[in-house]
Design a protein around this ligand. Structure first.
Ligand code: C2E
Ligand code: MG
Ligand code: MG
Ligand code: MG
Length: 292
């Protein structure tokens, strides 16, 4: 019996491994054609000015509409895209498409001030990264000051000399540079000041516990106080309720992003979300007048 049970466990494990290997193969093979088949799509999540609660921009988040597996979230395929190097053409497409969409909305009467695009470490291996960013701006006509590029601390630390060189060239184009998931890496704020960065995004693991958890409060306050002195603007990620938003506003956070204001939505649904947000902002201003 014991032997049978052991055997079953082994077979179960084996079947599990096969499923994972199978999925990996399915994703890896599919990804090669996914770009030309138009299976990737971008979803847009609003960022709001903390003080006025007006929409100041969007972050674009990629999804893959797989013909068999349905909508796949980035954490399931971006790591694989990085391993295979496919992140390079995918990343270039994201840049182009995000810039194009902002201009298309503008022509349709919806002005979204800025778009933030996530970059991957492997895109910095391309000597063409700066050219690709410049080309996305040039072909779409998007003003450089309306594009923000998000990188992580670990991307800088992996190859600081080469990365700082490319960041300098990107900065010279006029784009904004931000550090994503700030606080989860090992870099200090003073170290980051040596790089040409504009914005820090406080990781949502520190926003989660606000405003009650003492440690979260201490960390958030420390990041905000230091950022003010070092002249970084700060975006809080993962704002899920009004209490978090009000706390962050009170402590001087620049921008807020999270499900409380809007989940990432496909381009077709974004104008309705933007309209709803601008309505809420107007109502909030009126409430302030009446209250004050
Ligand atoms: P990220 O850049 O830190 O993006 C924020 C993630 O938090 C997104 O997950 C977003 O949907 C989620 N989020 C936003 N607000 C809330 C909230 O209030 N609560 C919670 N629980 N989650 C919230 P998503 O879309 O699954 O993206 C995951 C990660 O995948 C991103 O993290 C980014 O690192 C990566 N990624 C997404 N799109 C791209 C892309 O185009 N290129 C590259 N290289 N990476 C991307
Ligand atoms: Mg991001
Ligand atoms: Mg983040
Ligand atoms: Mg993240």
């Amino acid at each position: 019996r014991a032997k049978d049970a052991g055997k079953n466990t082994y077979q179960f494990f084996d079947a599990e491994m096969n499923t994972q290997t199978f999925e990996r193969l399915l994703l890896e093979n599919g990804m090669r054609q996914a770009l030309e088949r138009g299976e990737f799509e971008l979803h847009y999540q609003p960022q709001l000015n903390a003080a006025s609660r007006e929409m100041s921009g969007v972050e674009v988040l990629i999804r893959w509409r797989h013909p068999q597996l349905g909508l796949i979230q980035p954490l399931r395929f971006i790591p694989l895209a990085e391993e295979t190097g496919l992140i390079k053409p995918i990343g270039d497409w994201v840049l182009q498409e995000a810039c194009r969409q902002l201009k298309a909305w503008e022509q349709a009467g919806l002005y979204v001030p800025r778009v933030a695009v996530n970059l991957s470490a492997r895109q910095f291996e391309q000597s063409t990264l700066v050219d690709n960013v410049a080309r996305a701006l040039q072909t779409t006509g998007l003003e450089a000051g309306r594009l923000e590029l998000e990188i992580t601390e670990s991307m800088i630390m992996q190859n600081p000399v080469e990365t700082v060189h490319q960041l300098g060239e990107l900065k010279a184009l006029g784009v904004w540079l931000s550090i994503d998931d700030f606080g989860t890496g090992y870099s200090s704020l003073s170290h980051l000041k040596r790089f040409p960065l504009d914005t820090l995004k406080i990781d949502r693991s520190f926003v989660d516990g606000l405003p009650d958890d003492e440690d979260s409060v201490a960390i958030a306050e420390a990041i905000l106080a230091m950022s003010r002195k070092l002249k970084f603007s700060v975006v809080a990620e993962g704002v899920e309720n009004a209490a978090q938003a009000d706390f962050l506003e009170l402590k001087g956070c620049t921008l807020l992003q999270g499900y409380h204001f809007g989940k990432p939505v496909p381009a077709t649904e974004f104008p309705a979300l933007a309209a709803q947000l601008s309505q809420s902002a107007r109502l909030a201003i009126m409430a302030d007048w009446q209250g004050g």
